[in-house]
Ligand binder design. Sequence first.
Ligand code: FMN
Length: 155
Amino acid sequence: MKIGIIVHSQTNNTYTVALKLQEKLKEAGNEIEIRRVSMVGGDRPEDKKKIQLENPPDISEYDALIFGAPVHAFALAPAMQIYMEQLPSLKDKKIALFVTKKLRFEWTGGSRAIGQMKNLCHSKEGIVMGTGVVVWNKQRDQKISEMVQRFADLF
Ligand SMILES: Cc1cc2nc3c(=O)[nH]c(=O)nc-3n(C[C@H](O)[C@H](O)[C@H](O)COP(=O)(O)O)c2cc1C
């Protein structure tokens, strides 16, 4: 299966998870590409109204997709929101979603960000198979391995 891992990542936490997913999914015989969602002018904290995407990744060639992004201000990072809004139909594509975040409490944006991504995928008829929230703390490696294994079992 050809799987696209599409990530937005400003300080590379989310990208690090993408690399681990790539390694595991490759072992299982899949073809994997990681593509980054970047902003014109660099991936610095931004004014949402001014965000412009730089060469947004084309998803048409992938059988399945994993979208990953950070939580910003208790919600999905705006660049990823804008990217996912402009996607074409996701009909019949298998999808997994994850976010990374810093604050450990449940109400600090993880579920909300995943909910936003899910709604965007469903609005484009994608099939969301699994989701994950990684809190960037000392226990993160275990959480990442667990999620990577879970996602590997989906595809
Ligand atoms: C502008 C901004 C807002 C953030 N807001 C939150 C937040 O609401 N909740 C949270 O848990 N972490 C928040 N964080 C922390 C990031 O989600 C976390 O460090 C994430 O892993 C960064 O991912 P990246 O390295 O892929 O960019 C915020 C970070 C930034 C820069």
